[in-house]
Design a binder for this molecule. Structure first.
Ligand code: ADP
Ligand code: MG
Length: 239
């Protein structure tokens, strides 16, 4: 479904090689943790997937799209298949929860008669149907992140990208967020989650791709991760 072929990216402005010869294949339906220290290239890699960064070398293939070759006006076709959430929730404070989620459907031209059901379904998935008519400022941080997730999945994307989605949340709320992302994955959506919080990996084991200085340091399948977990009685650190 996703194939990165020798992807390198150079940021001229800061003279940084943010990605170096990254090659990765991800199948439809996988849940992938993208880990690595701050500055290791996680956000840049994710941005190459949704066309925000055009890598200086290599190819990024998503289904039938060669993402790095898409023209700007073709990107919206790709983005119909992708949902993105960030550490910041980027909600519009003058809109209700419902409107924040509905808005993305309206701007992409979804038929008005479909919008209410689609929004309520997304809010149900994230457990916030009862908050539909509230404003974001009356929601907790965890709830605001769930609104952002509802907004990212309302158009039923094949791929959900989450870039440090728990960065502003306390541990208990982060754990709930992680479970929600795994629940969304169970419905068939591929999920790629960037995080520097390595303990997630053993809370809910899955494939782990580790970046270091823009390179893939390790790429471990779920089975491999579970094997290490079993052998070490839960004392698992990605080194
Ligand atoms: P991570 O998400 O793992 O923290 P990033 O992909 O954000 O890593 O950054 C990788 C490297 O690229 C860092 O050294 C960062 O300073 C640099 N970088 C990131 N974004 C930009 C940008 N827009 N312009 C210039 N340099 C950038
Ligand atoms: Mg980042």
């Amino acid at each position: 479904m996703i194939r990165l072929i020798s992807v390198s990216n150079y940021y001229k402005k800061t003279d940084t090689k943010s990605l170096e010869q990254v090659s990765v294949d991800i199948d439809q339906g996988e849940f992938v943790y993208l880990i690595g220290k701050s500055g290791s290239g996680k956000s840049t890699l994710l941005k190459t997937l949704y066309g925000q960064v055009r890598p200086t070398e290599g190819h990024v293939v998503f289904d039938s799209f060669v993402v790095n070759q898409l023209k700007n006006h073709e990107l919206h076709q790709l983005r119909r298949q992708v949902g993105v959430v960030f550490q910041e929730y980027n909600l519009l404070d003058y809109m209700t929860v419902f409107e924040n989620v509905a808005y993305v459907l309206e701007v992409t031209g979804v038929e008005a008669s479909l919008i209410e059901d689609m929004v309520m379904e997304a809010l149900e998935t994230v457990g916030l149907k009862h908050k539909a008519l509230d404003f974001p400022e009356n929601c907790s941080g965890g709830e605001q992140q769930r609104i952002a997730i509802a907004r990212a999945i309302v158009h039923k994307p094949k791929l959900l990208i989450a870039d440090e989605p728990t960065g502003s949340l306390d541990p208990k709320t982060s754990w709930k967020m992680l479970r929600l992302l795994h629940k969304i994955n169970k419905t068939g959506t591929t999920v790629i989650m960037a995080t520097h919080e390595q303990h997630f990996v053993h809370q809910m084991p899955s494939r782990v791709i580790q970046l270091e200085n823009g390179k893939v340091r390790s790429d471990r399948s779920k089975n491999h991760t579970l094997l290490i977990l079993n052998n070490t009685m839960g004392e698992y650190y990605v080194v």
